[in-house]
Design a protein around this ligand. Structure first.
Ligand code: MG
Length: 385
């Protein structure tokens, strides 16, 4: 059987890596559908190289150019924001890789889950913002939700060694980012350049800032809570600057099982596609004798406010995580634009959460409203400072 894959967001960094992985996997895996927002040239090139049968461009103004570029090819072209959900639900597709940053892909992800597709989730929003809805939909349809986030992939892999009921704790590792050793006071003077220099992972600016504030880990706590259905009290964060142990699971008998790998997204992408099988691919095993030592320590929740906030957000449930995520996105944008200082990011997020009346038992529309509300709040609070 050939696995037919759709990639939502094929021109971004995860999407490009997913295509490299699929190329390396050979015959059993084929690309059926691809989507991009506006990078038509790259999308057309990918569609040709991988023989995609359907492509979607969400920025409808790029359609004409895409039609020209794909002239003579037997490929269906979809366009507009609705095209993502259409792509994700195609009967021929069995696996959907979701790699669209932001809220744009949420309804497509839910539609794919409703159809019972395997979902390889590479962006945080489906689980952070709509985790409750997504997991409920997947439970109804039998859709498999496979994490591509390296920590959650590690936890998912470790989970294969025991039963869910035997899990005592989930331990998420964190590199700690560039400011691990700074005090709260020193954090006050952090510049944009310093925040953009990450020690182990090579990522885009938003994720790099999230790693410096440890918001990235805070969002991963929320992801893990939904993905593995554990009370948030049983999720811990462990600082591990080398980023080799990608996360661990502690079982009731005291065994701790972790997954080790090089800091490279290709392996978690591949595992989400090949699970339950393991195939030879591009990833190289870490050379432990060369690495020599691995360090672990507890994070400081006083300095990294995002962490204790994530626990509060999980306990509040409902719209809280949507506000947490959107307020952070908006605050990071303000920081990248030079309008606020590094420490203001979490102050704004916390301020937004405090002003928000959490609603529970909500629909996707209500989650998106909460998201939009948080962005307006950040903008208003930024202007007033
Ligand atoms: Mg991660």
């Amino acid at each position: 059987m050939v696995r037919r894959i759709a990639i939502l967001g094929s021109t971004g960094s995860i999407g490009r890596n997913a295509l490299r992985v699929i190329e390396g996997l050979g015959e059993g895996y084929s690309v059926f559908a691809l989507s991009a927002n506006s990078k038509v040239e790259l999308l057309a090139e990918q569609a040709r190289a991988f023989g995609a049968k359907v492509v979607a461009i969400t920025d409808a103004s790029c359609r004409g150019r895409l039609v020209d570029l794909l002239g003579g090819l037997d490929v269906e072209i979809l366009s507009g924001s609705e095209s993502l959900a259409a792509l994700a639900q195609l009967d021929e597709v069995d696996t959907v890789v979701t790699a669209i940053v932001g809220a744009a892909g949420l309804s497509a992800v839910l539609a794919a889950a409703k159809k019972g597709k395997r979902l390889a989730i590479a962006n945080k929003e489906p689980l952070v913002v709509a985790g409750e809805l997504l997991m409920a939909e997947a439970a109804r349809s039998g859709s498999e939700i496979l994490p591509v986030d390296s920590e959650h992939s590690a936890i998912f892999q470790a989970m294969q060694t025991g039963k869910r009921t035997e899990v005592a704790k989930i331990i998420l590792t964190a590199s700690g980012g560039p400011f691990l050793k700074l005090s709260g006071q020193e954090m006050e003077d952090v510049t944009l350049e310093q925040a953009l220099a990450h020690p182990t992972w090579d990522m885009g600016p938003k994720v790099t800032i999230d790693s410096a504030t440890m918001m990235n880990k805070a969002l991963e706590i929320i992801e893990a809570r939904w993905l593995f259905d554990v009370p948030v009290e049983r999720i811990e964060v462990l600082i591990h600057p080398e980023s080799i142990v990608h996360s661990l699971v502690e079982f009731v008998d005291g065994s701790v099982i972790g997954q080790l790998g090089e800091p490279d997204m290709c392996l978690p992408i591949q595992y989400a596609l090949t699970y339950p099988d393991r195939l030879a691919g591009r990833a190289r095993a870490p050379q432990l004798a060369e690495i020599g030592r691995l360090n672990f320590s507890k994070p400081d929740g006083e300095v990294f406010r995002a962490l204790p906030l994530a626990y509060e957000v999980c306990r509040a449930g409902g719209t809280a995580a949507a506000v947490f995520n959107a307020a952070n996105e908006a605050a990071v944008e303000e920081f990248l634009a030079g309008k606020i200082r590094f420490v203001n990011i979490l102050e704004l997020v916390e301020d937004c959460l405090n002003r928000h009346d959490v609603k529970t038992g909500v629909s996707l529309e209500e989650l998106l409203e909460a998201d939009a509300w948080a962005r307006r709040q950040v903008s208003a609070l930024t202007c007033s400072t």
